[in-house]
Design a protein around this ligand. Structure first.
Ligand code: SAH
Length: 347
């Protein structure tokens, strides 16, 4: 099998190049070319011809193709569908904020977590993305927009902690001073609550923002919405969050999709305040986005505001997420699903 250079860290690439009998500085040169978006070895003008030929035979460069590009007419959100080399399709969304572009990237093709409100998990997990495929989303969007991405959220399709090794390599690479160089503080990782993964991430002590998809404040309700809760309950999840905070000092974000009659009552607010007591955190309220054949509906604006007010009165820091790109289905696997349903080359 050919070597996947874009999925290697600079250190791994350097060892690989040395093992080919080349001087170690070639590793850094190739890393810089790859992370500036070079699509082929012939572009790497400072490499000797013999090395380029050797790499041509032994290695490859992951390259995503833009399969669809959708620009919102309401704001500057741009949604991309990318085609992977095996024909699978993933989604990436660029959102413009006052501080620059924030990019929401995918970590898997599909997802096996089975959350009842989420479109991305309906077809199950097809496969994990490689570190190179995760990174190439950033490179391709930067090239397409002609500008730098300033923030990254691992909140697209997939469960990043279910693809730990590749996501970890991606984080090292996207932060590398010789590469795209996005600071860890400008990166968020969102998880449905895989406790061992959160603990492992805490031990790495990377100052990235951990975002938890909370969505419910009692075990019976959360287990019904999110099967992961049957394995790792709320007490274990919040325990892992406390550990993460002790190791990194970072404030934790909690995502909460507000659903009429399910998790938007005063008692939910009170349980949330008790659960998150003593944690430095922020609660992000998201009116649930109804999916195909789904039963969940968002509460009225008035009821969401009342729920937010309860949380604030209980001492929590809670905001309501602004919706971007709603005219281009810019959330939660909707677009990939439509493309798959239309039977493109997508699986
Ligand atoms: N697997 C990770 C990241 C992907 S999901 C996680 O669970 O966090 C990205 C975010 O969108 C999560 O917070 C998820 O719970 C939320 N989400 C999924 N479907 C949604 C819907 N229909 N309405 C509102 N939020 C949704």
């Amino acid at each position: 099998m050919k070597a996947d250079l874009k999925s290697m860290t600079r250190e791994e690439l350097t060892s690989y190049i040395c093992a080919l009998g080349e001087p170690s500085f070639r590793g850094g040169q190739i890393f810089r070319w790859l992370h500036r978006g070079a699509g082929g070895f012939e572009e790497m003008s400072d490499l000797p011809k013999s090395l380029k030929q050797k790499l041509e035979q032994e290695a490859f460069i992951t390259t995503l193709k833009i399969y669809g590009r959708y620009q919102s007419a309401l704001d500057e959100t741009v949604k991309y569908l990318f085609e992977l080399e095996d024909g699978n399709i993933i989604e990436t969304v660029a959102m413009k904020y006052h501080h620059g572009y924030s990019l929401c990237i995918s970590s898997q093709v599909g997802c096996r977590m089975g959350c009842s409100f989420c479109q991305s998990t309906k077809g199950g997990l097809i496969r994990c993305l490689t570190a190179g495929e995760i990174l190439d989303q950033v490179l391709k969007v930067q090239a397409d927009l002609g500008t730098r991405i300033s923030n990254i959220v691992l909140m697209g399709i997939g469960e990043p902690l279910d693809n730990f090794e590749q996501v970890h390599r991606f984080l090292i690479n996207v932060n590398d001073p010789e590469g795209i160089q996005i600071g860890y503080r400008h990166i968020s990782l969102s998880t449905c609550g895989l406790v061992p993964g959160i603990e492992r991430l805490a031990e790495l002590e990377l100052p990235i923002t951990l975002s938890i998809s909370l969505h419910a404040t009692s075990d019976p309700i959360r287990s019904e919405m999110m099967p992961v809760n049957r394995k790792y309950n709320l007490a274990q999840l919040i325990g892992a969050c406390r550990k993460y905070q002790q190791h990194t000092g970072r404030r934790i974000s909690f995502e909460y999709a507000v659903i009429a009659g399910v998790n938007d009552r005063r008692a939910d607010a009170e349980r949330m305040a008790a659960l998150l007591d003593g944690l430095l955190c922020h609660v992000n309220l998201i009116p649930v986005n109804p999916i195909e054949n789904g039963v969940y509906r968002p509460p009225s604006r008035k009821n969401i505001l009342t729920f937010q007010e309860h949380l604030i009165n209980l001492g929590l820091n809670a905001t309501i997420r602004r919706t971007l790109g709603s005219d281009i289905s810019a959330s939660c696997g909707q677009l990939r699903r439509q493309a798959v349903a239309k039977g493109g080359s997508a699986l």
